[in-house]
Design a protein around this ligand. Sequence first.
Ligand SMILES: NC(=O)c1ccc[n+]([C@@H]2O[C@H](COP(=O)([O-])OP(=O)(O)OC[C@H]3O[C@@H](n4cnc5c(N)ncnc54)[C@H](O)[C@@H]3O)[C@@H](O)[C@H]2O)c1
Length: 393
Amino acid sequence: MTVGIVSEVAPGERRVAMVPGAIAVLNKTGTQFLMEAGAGLRAGFPDSEYADKGVRIANSRAEVFQSADVVVQVRSPGANPETGAADLALLRKGQALIGFGEPLTALDAARSLAERGVSFLAMELMPRITRAQSMDALSSMATIAGYKAVLLAADSLPRMFPMLMTAAGTVAPARVLVIGAGVAGLQAIATARRLGAVVSGYDIRAAVKEQVESLGARFVVLDVEPAGAEDKGGYAKAMGEDFYRRQRDAMGGLLAEQNVVITTAAVPGKKAPVLITREMVERMAPGSVVVDIAAERGGNCELTRPGETVEHNGVSILGPVNLASTVPYHASQMYAKNIATFLKYLIGKDGQLALNREDEIVRETLVTHGGEVVHAKVRELMGLAAPQAVTGV
Ligand SMILES: NC(=O)c1ccc[n+]([C@@H]2O[C@H](COP(=O)([O-])OP(=O)(O)OC[C@H]3O[C@@H](n4cnc5c(N)ncnc54)[C@H](O)[C@@H]3O)[C@@H](O)[C@H]2O)c1
């Protein structure tokens, strides 16, 4: 089986889906790799390092699409609205594609992949079960985003993070609040703590209290959190507007005490909840910084503009997008390990891809197959009938 590695063509994307170090995961499977020249360069992986691992360098991007049984990408067409259509045209019937693809929102891309007869496996849909943990690319990327968000905040803040006692007086530590203590939030808390800030964490899911405290941060309770705010996948459930209003009322005072607020609150497949209003920002001290990691999902702050920094009454509101791509070396390393582990899981005894749709990991991630959209949730969003029960390949 040949796996194709191509350059990422989404604007500003610096990651690559496979790195030389992750190839060893597939050593005993007989898998061959074919790569577009320079695919890993922007992430810090030159062609020579791939060649050392036995990867063949193709003459063109088109050759990779032509020859590969499976193409691995970071941003497949659904996650690349700007330039992804060109790749759609290169994909072939019977070919498999693995990558991020915004399957719950980019429905047109899923339709096109089905029409082309591609078997598309979306990394966003990896189930949150223990045996899939090493394939969970959303967690890998969230780890990077949480880390980088703190660095952006520290860079924008007109203060230092740590407490310092110097001959020129004492410098008070920065006060940092992290809203949403999932994977990104916990990493943000850990990073802000390492820089010496006084950190608080808040989440609608009370279950994360111990994790927040184990990182040396205070867990904030607003007394509005309902029981059962968590679904069976460990994600937050969407709440009614009445809840979000009460939550904002309770949070206003807390926000006014912070130098930095990092927001990471997301609900899968939905627009991010607005947790910080304009009025709440106006209560914050000038020089404070909000970093809204949920910017791509619509933002947790009313004033966020994705990809921009908004100044409002002296408060900076950063809406970074694709933070993982700003740390491309380690983002690619982690993503590639997730992809390689996933591929190994999917490869049958004969060395070919075996998509057993009775298996939970395959069923949950497989969006299109055999000319159809097969994923139950995606079909539901398209208004299609539930998929027929299937057996085997
Ligand atoms: N394999 C596994 O078992 C596995 C893998 C990865 C993550 N997880 C768990 O899943 C959970 C969520 O992961 P995630 O980081 O991808 O989540 P996410 O990116 O969907 O959301 C980030 C955080 O925002 C919180 N949030 C949502 N609405 C909120 C609101 N109104 N107010 C405050 N906070 C709000 C969520 O509870 C979550 O903790 C975590 O507990 C994580 O440990 C499990």
